[in-house]
Design a protein around this ligand. Structure first.
Ligand SMILES: Nc1ncnc2c1ncn2[C@@H]1O[C@H](COP(=O)(O)OP(=O)(O)OP(=O)(O)O)[C@@H](O)[C@H]1O
Length: 270
């Protein structure tokens, strides 16, 4: 039976040495949907993507992609699965010494036996999908930040992935480029019949395009819901995050001893 979820995670734990990073994560990503994972810096979002991509192994729990257990896959199975995943990691760096065309063609050359003519058609199709067909001959240094991100997007969908994972795709972009990338992420997901996971800090941008949101704090899921449910949430953590309040359940200050206590201790030590 084909499950409705492309990604299905239950009671997932992950630690670096003794330090618990993810604690009892339960998450379902239905096929065809665009799902956001949000949370403060360092809460474990990127780690979760790396577990899904099989770059890390969980300490315990279940992690299925398309019905298959990722942690139990051997090298060959993992390689085959990664070929069906598109990834756009933070800042999605392009290869700087090859053209836009070659940046998108690279994965096709690496992973398929397509003829040069077919690769040419496919690359131009992918670039067309992100509005950059006309820029195929440019070098990455000739692109604006927003254009470079769109090329990285074309590269992420080069092999028609079933799952596309975006890690901070809006980082460093101006508001207009952010809007363009956001709309593209939505459109590409639907046009390709893919399923997408979006890790981001940009709550307002994400709420406009996603189907569902998971909020992670300190390695645990603390809230979940549709964009409307999230906007209406009275949950203090969600409220602080959605309305960009500097202080709340997530503290502005890194944990420390009270200031006077620290001063007195420093004087006593000195
Ligand atoms: N290779 C590593 N070894 C040890 N600890 C690590 C390693 N990589 C990440 N961590 C720690 O794991 C925690 C989670 O990191 P992760 O990158 O998943 O956070 P994040 O939520 O994606 O943060 P950000 O939004 O800032 O990218 C952090 O506290 C980080 O310091």
């Amino acid at each position: 039976m084909v499950s409705d979820s492309l990604v299905s995670i239950s009671e997932l734990n992950f630690s670096y040495d003794e330090r618990a990073i993810l604690k009892g994560i339960n998450m379902e990503v239905p096929r065809g949907q665009l799902v956001a994972i949000m949370g403060n810096s360092g809460c474990g979002k990127t780690t979760l993507l790396r577990l899904i991509g099989g770059q890390l192994k969980p300490t315990s729990g279940t992690l299925l992609v398309d019905g298959q257990s990722v942690p139990d896959m051997n090298h060959k199975a993992l390689y085959a699965m990664r070929r069906r995943m598109g990834m756009l990691f933070q800042f999605g760096a392009l290869f700087t010494d090859i053209s836009v065309f070659e940046n998108v063609a690279y994965l096709m050359r690496e992973h398929t036996d397509l003829t040069e003519e077919m690769i040419c058609d496919m690359v131009l199709m992918k670039l067309n999908a992100v509005g950059l067909r006309g820029a195929h001959a440019l070098m990455p240094s000739e692109l604006s930040g927003g254009m470079a991100r769109r090329v990285a997007l074309a590269r992420a969908i080069a092999l028609d992935p079933m799952l596309i994972m975006y890690d901070e795709p809006f980082a460093g972009l101006d508001p207009i480029s952010m809007g363009v990338i956001g709309q593209l992420i939505r459109r590409l997901n639907d046009a390709l019949g893919a399923t997408s996971l979006l890790v981001t800090h940009d709550v307002q941008e994400a709420l406009q395009i996603v189907d569902y949101v998971y909020f992670v704090s300190d390695g645990q899921i603390v809230a979940r819901g549709t964009p409307d449910e999230i906007r209406a949430s009275k949950e203090p953590f969600v409220h602080q995050f959605v309305y960009g309040e500097a202080d709340g359940p997530v503290h502005f200050h890194y944990p420390s001893a009270p200031f006077t206590e620290a001063l007195l201790r420093e004087r006593a030590d000195g």
